[in-house]
Design a binder for this molecule. Structure first.
Ligand SMILES: [Zn+2]
Length: 210
């Protein structure tokens, strides 16, 4: 057990694998290896978790990678790479979870956009809540949504002056891009546990940029 041990807070191996594959796609092989070395997780180099649902991937593993990415590429560069990694996470996640959730079915894709945003958000929250101790609650309003997250693996045990869960913002940006057939939405983390807030809260505008 290390000082960063997450106790009961583990993701299924499958989800840790998705994060690592996505980061490798964006950072390249040398980049992800540098991140794993700097975050003292060299045991993961060339040994990504297996594609199983066993809860063996520590929450802290994700946040340590996010911190190392900022250290290597700078806050701004790290933020951009985390956003892009998040978008790649959605792609891998959709491949793994999409068919069983029914969201890749034609019947779902033909629903009105606002219905897809609402149903998709609920399915996203349910999938996360069932998979691990991370908690996601969707707050729905007419023109926006909030995703309120407790036990957030992306900023697990980090402290920062600003919001740091760019990976989640990237995932949600790409989810909206996919669900809308190629539109961009305002997505912003307005509260972050890393800066002392009670939740990581992500604001999502329900209407795309024109
Ligand atoms: Zn956060």
């Amino acid at each position: 057990m290390t000082e960063m041990s997450s106790g009961e807070y583990f993701y299924p191996n499958k989800m840790g694998r998705i994060v690592l594959l996505a980061m490798e796609e964006i950072l390249g092989h040398n980049g992800i290896n540098a991140v794993l070395n700097l975050s003292k997780q060299s045991h993961l180099i060339n040994h990504y978790p297996p594609n199983t649902l066993d809860r063996e991937f520590e929450f802290g593993s994700v946040s340590k990678m996010m911190g190392a990415m900022e250290d290597i590429y700078g806050p701004l560069g790290g933020r951009g790479l985390a956003l892009r990694s998040g978008r790649a996470c959605f792609k891998y996640g959709l491949r793994e979870f999409g068919p069983s959730l029914g969201i890749t079915d034609l019947a779902f894709r033909l629903l009105p956009l606002q219905t897809k945003i609402r149903d998709g958000s609920d399915l996203f929250a349910k999938t996360i809540n069932q998979a691990s101790a991370q908690r996601v609650r969707v707050e729905e309003a007419e023109d926006h949504l909030f995703f309120h997250i407790e036990h957030c693996p992306v900023c697990w045990q980090r402290s920062a002056d600003a919001s740091v869960c760019h990976l989640i913002v990237g995932i949600l940006q790409d989810a909206l891009y996919w669900v809308s057939g190629g539109k961009f939405f305002h997505v912003e983390e307005t509260l972050c546990i890393a800066r002392g807030d009670p939740t990581c809260s992500i604001y999502i505008d329900r209407n795309p940029f024109e």
